[in-house]
Design a protein around this ligand. Structure first.
Ligand code: SF4
Ligand SMILES: [Zn+2]
Length: 365
């Protein structure tokens, strides 16, 4: 059941998106790219393919208030099916299969939405993957409604892939229905997410839940509380993996619009560290991922500019259960600024301008 919309939010998101997309040049080339990273135990291939793009983003809702992934999709052009298959093939042929491979296939929408990824293309992709030796797991993404309404197709993909594991990422972002509706404009409810997890797990598929850190219109501390509560709820609902995504600024979105007007700032890395630390302690055995896009940059999660990389590394250490210093104030003086921000009574410092001061150094002004 689609969740009731916040009409004002939806129409604002819609107008901003249309304005941006209408400026796309006629010779625009949808983006198709891949990366390969090697860890001690495995090889991770990430492939981003330009299918039609997220139906929710192209609907009159305008899509999620933070998401600009549709900017790179095929949208009003023909899906370059042949090119997509060739690139996937190429990425698979270059792999040394002495280590297990995790294949992450992202289409900036929903893999099980037939308007986005036509059924024939989906089968062709799965066919290529299942014929490759050494693949341990395939990760794709989907909105909950396609997991609820397209169970036959999901079951077929799962069966075709055997014994390769299938993992589906679902962006719940928040487990608070008001935040989902009034901040993220997701168009589904927590109950929809819960149902999709139940169905998918019954089919023997792993679930990765995306949680966005720092919704627009909330303060830093409200955002921290929301992310922690959401992570706990997703574990209760049965998620296998929690993926924390600190919000970053993408073109054509409401968040970008607010950021330009100084009405929105991405979260501090200290906030991300606090959230990850809390959840790691509470759930030592749950898989946690946090790979911040644009981390340390103005458009991504950032601190003062001096300690950003160090603190992002600490996040990684916590995820991997390594020890970090007890007294974080020794790492950088901006930790105390962050502490003041999150400990100050919310009503007095509701302005996000205080959050903006993280790069302000009075001694050097
Ligand atoms: S976050 Fe997902 S559901 Fe929302 S607009 Fe982007 S691709 Fe679509
Ligand atoms: Zn700092």
């Amino acid at each position: 059941m689609p969740q009731e919309r916040n009409q004002l939010l939806a129409s604002t998101v819609f107008n901003l998106r249309q304005e941006y997309l209408s400026k796309r040049p006629p010779d625009f080339q949808p983006k198709l790219w891949s990366t390969k990273t090697e860890t001690r135990k495995s090889i991770v291939i990430t492939m981003v393919i330009p299918t039609r793009g997220c139906s929710w983003a192209f609907s009159d809702s305008g899509g999620c208030s933070v998401c600009g992934y549709v900017n790179d999709s095929s949208y009003d052009q023909v899906i370059p099916t042949q090119k997509i298959l060739e690139e996937i093939n190429l990425s698979l042929s270059q792999v040394d299969s002495s280590k297990p491979i995790e294949y992450k296939l992202y289409n900036s929408g929903s893999f099980f939405d037939e308007n986005d990824v036509p059924q024939r293309l989906r089968s062709q992709i799965i066919d290529l993957i299942r014929k490759t030796n050494g693949i341990l797991k395939l990760s794709v993404e989907s909105r909950p409604e396609y997991l609820i309404n397209n169970q036959k197709a999901i079951k077929k993909v799962k069966e075709m892939l055997e014994p390769i594991k299938l993992e589906i990422g679902v962006g719940i972002e928040s487990s608070n229905n008001a935040i989902i509706r009034d901040c993220w404009n997701k168009g589904f409810s927590v109950e929809d997410y819960q149902r999709s997890v139940q169905i998918t797990r019954t089919l023997g598929i792993r679930i990765k839940s995306y949680i966005l850190i720092k919704p627009p219109f909330l303060t830093e501390v409200e955002a921290i509380i929301d992310a922690i509560k959401t992570a706990c709820d997703t574990v209760e609902f049965g998620t296998d993996v929690i993926s924390f995504n600190p919000c970053n600024i993408q073109k054509g979105t409401l968040v970008n619009h607010l950021h330009k007007q100084d009405r929105y700032q991405p979260p501090w890395i200290w906030s991300v560290l606090y959230i990850v630390k809390t959840i790691r302690k509470k759930y030592p055995n749950v898989e946690i991922i946090c790979e911040p896009t644009a981390g340390g940059k103005h458009r991504g999660t950032h601190n003062c500019g001096k300690c950003d990389k160090t603190v992002i590394d600490l996040v990684d250490k916590i995820i991997n259960k390594k020890k970090i210093p007890d007294d974080l104030s020794t790492i950088c003086s901006c930790f105390l600024k962050w502490r003041i921000l999150v400990k100050t009574p919310i009503e007095i410092f509701r302005s996000r301008n205080l959050s903006r001061l993280r790069r302000f150094d009075p001694l050097n002004e």
